[in-house]
Write a protein that binds this ligand. Structure first.
Ligand SMILES: Nc1ncnc2c1ncn2[C@@H]1O[C@H](COP(=O)(O)OP(=O)(O)OP(=O)(O)O)[C@@H](O)[C@H]1O
Ligand SMILES: [Mg+2]
Length: 250
């Protein structure tokens, strides 16, 4: 369970996140909203990459800013929107980094098993020995997702994990996240811009705008013509196909 209580993040005069209170429980939650809405800032604060200006955030009751970083890292993994690494690493070494919170070596039998599992899940077997700067954009993105999966936490935060992924890999990642939620009863939060993918795979949707949460609910409550039109200031049609909501931008 992630509890965000009255969280504000300011950068000088810019209010990136404006007094957000939100509880995110088990299952797959998608965060949507226009560019600059505060999605990454909120996720980064939960993942303790940045510190909120005001308010508190707890994961399973532990305050993310006062609990030891290794203890939090055993409970929560985060994939950032932009991943740049200054060092030259192979795919396998990057994924093994995900094991650090569990002891450091990354070389125990459990570590090895989890790294192999994550490499297999993300379809990286053929490129496991390549350096990250020798990969395509989508392969690199999948390598970073695999690192977060290898961390094996009950809370997984992914900021635009579908960036650069082709349709097959995008759908397979979403199915994989659904399966992880169902089998391991965990909490996954995914920031995404593809509303149709969000509508198809998420249990709950959080819609943000101007630093605030404007809607939080089931897909049927949030993915509606008036709500999406106001959220994005763009005309939109929402139709049902085979019982699913499908969004057509006009
Ligand atoms: N380090 C920073 N300094 C100043 N302003 C910032 C900083 N980081 C973010 N902002 C501002 O905070 C607001 C929210 O940014 P954020 O990255 O959270 O948006 P987002 O919803 O993730 O957008 P996108 O869909 O483009 O990724 C934006 O107006 C952005 O310009
Ligand atoms: Mg962002």
């Amino acid at each position: 369970m992630i509890r965000i209580d009255s969280v504000t993040k300011r950068h000088g005069t810019v209010v990136a996140v404006d007094d957000v209170t939100l509880e995110i429980g088990r299952g797959l939650t998608a965060i949507i909203g226009p560019n600059g809405a505060g999605k990454s800032t909120l996720l980064s604060a939960v993942g303790r990459l940045i510190q909120a200006t005001e308010g508190t955030i707890t994961v399973d009751g532990r305050d993310v800013h006062t609990t030891g970083s290794r203890e939090i890292a055993r409970r929560l993994a985060i994939l950032r929107q932009d991943n740049h690494l200054a060092i030259r690493l192979s795919v396998e070494d990057l994924v093994a980094y995900g094991r650090f919170p569990h002891g450091g070596s990354g070389r125990t039998a459990v570590d090895r098993e989890r790294v192999e599992y994550a490499i297999g899940l993300l379809d990286l077997g053929a490129v496991r020995d390549r350096f990250l700067d020798e990969l395509s954009g989508g392969q690199r993105q999948r390598a970073f997702v695999a690192m977060a999966m290898a961390q094996d936490t009950d809370h997984l935060l992914l900021d635009e994990p579908l960036n650069n992924l082709d349709p097959r890999h995008a759908v397979s990642l979403m199915k994989l996240l659904r399966r992880e939620c169902a089998e391991r009863d965990i909490t996954i939060v995914v920031v995404m811009h593809d509303i149709n993918v969000a509508a198809q795979f998420a249990d709950d949707i959080v819609a943000m705008r101007d630093g605030r949460v404007v809607h939080h609910g089931a897909v049927a409550d949030v993915i509606t013509e008036p709500r999406l039109a106001a959220l994005y200031e763009t005309a939109v049609r929402v139709v049902e196909v085979d019982g699913r909501r499908v969004v057509l931008w006009e």
